[in-house]
Design a binder for this molecule. Sequence first.
Ligand code: FES
Length: 141
Amino acid sequence: MEETTTPPVLSEEETNYQNILESIDTENGYLIADKKVYIHLNHNSFSSLQTEGEFINFYEAGILILRINEKKIGVYDHCCPHRGTIGSWTYHNKEFRCGTHGNYFNINGDRVVQCNSNSSSGGLRSFQSNLYKDLLTVNLS
Ligand code: FES
């Protein structure tokens, strides 16, 4: 009698993970589709996100990606709520600072202010994200 082996049943999350990794361009390490951004964190371009407190200003999707701790990554609008600058960010002590005029913005969801709304304080808009293994999925809508 012939023995048969049943392939392991993968969870929906695992199947999804494997499918997305196959679709991600290995040169870039990310995929943007249907208002979602998929980032392969093991790709060289995103290696700095292994370190707590490090962030990437990801221009392709208009977001700041911050490694908050081992299990958590935060994603925020990279457009400054003051006058809309996108490329002058630094991060320190749970706040982003825009270097254009030196204003600070929190990341804790307190008094969120919108892009280019002439606000000199408040919180950055955040985006929902999910971290599974080395894949970060960001919902831009
Ligand atoms: S544009 Fe960012 S602080 Fe003024």
